[in-house]
Design a protein around this ligand. Sequence first.
Ligand code: JHZ
Ligand code: ZN
Length: 430
Amino acid sequence: MLEQTPGFAHAHRSETRCRSCGGSNLTEVLDLGETPLADRLISAKHLDEPEPRFPLRVAFCDECALVQIIDTINAHMLFDEEYPYYSSFSPALLAHSKANVEALIKERALGPDALVIELASNDGYLLKNYVEAGIPVLGIDPATGPAEAAMAIGVPTLKTFFTAELARRLVAEGKRADVIHANNVLAHVPDLNGFVQGLRETLKDDGVAVIEVPYLKCLIDHLEFDTIYHEHMCYFSVSALDNLFRRNGLYLNHIQHLSIHGGSLRLFVERTEHPKASIRDQLAIERAEGVDRIDYFRSFARRVAEVRADLLKLLHKLKSQGASLAAYGAAAKGATLINYVGLGADLIDFVVDRNVHKQGRYMPGQKIPILPPEALLERKPDYVLVLAWNFIDEIAAQQRAYLDQGGRFVIPVPNPRIYAGRLQEGMASA
Ligand code: JHZ
Ligand code: ZN
């Protein structure tokens, strides 16, 4: 057991077995040190209190190819009443979700007799589209603020975690679903097999689970190491997903590639097996490139350390030239980045974010204040490090006035650089 922040040791556990197959051949591929919890923003009144930090280590399972963190934090600590992530603050995400719902309603001819369930329904950003179309929905989310926001806009929501036990209760109440959405939640689940079994039970025989996960291959290829934090316990390849679903009587039949969150997969999972070419093709790519083998991850830690060194060098150079620096996006990934790289309030004056629940609070670890985006035009920092680089196009459009006045963006990954108008070839921008 590693040394813990006093008083918080009970909230942390080191895994010795794979979260998916239970195998004991976990090989560490990256150690990001001890970091604070990425979505645990600090309020002014708690600024002087000790902040918990926990080890953050990534491992590869030789048996089922799942990449995962070794360190598990108690879920109630991760998703408490202060959880600040509200999906609805990104218009690009709202448009992405709406298009997905419209396509499913059409393809599956969903109507008033159908039931759509969303796991981790957050503030109702997706289900509200079904409600508008007169299709019954049920949201499930344990985070108090977002769940209440969903109910306030007419999205019925159970404020709890989805587990195999809750699935049995829903089935007993006759609530099996035609469609189950689960976006960016599979990685958050401590009992992966229990969650997937619950999914299976809650799906109607001909139902489909539509699941979005950030894609491991994008994480590795584009050095998106900042998307690693304690909330994200797993990092999925198609190979590992295929193993996971199959073990629990579900089948990955189709995938779509999405640019959101730095490169994601949308999975179509059903109770019967009839894979489309998209599955065979991607499994073949992963096999050919070795994503299902440890070698693929061997140089990752070295390349991540290079990003850290390059970013520090760039920012210190700007600072030594007399430039002032701020950052955009109090994203969870931003917390990993500033804490792993070591970017403190001495270097970055403030962070801006549109999410009103984040404004007025402080970044974990480094305690940099979070302000509304208008602060960029008011204070005119010379450079803005874009922590939410996955939304760069949207942010650049919104901050046109700042850029036109000579302000400059710095993009941290995959290679730290001053923004020249568009992202590097192949990078996602949502
Ligand atoms: P964003 C989130 O991670 C949440 P985060 C979660 N941890 C998860 O699993 C992953 O996604 C996949 C703000 N913003 O969404 C909003 C603006 O201010 O990339 C957010 O605070 N203005 C559950 O937190 C942040 O930036 C804008 O114009 O790393 C973006 O955070 C836009 C577009 C965003 O991911
Ligand atoms: Zn495994």
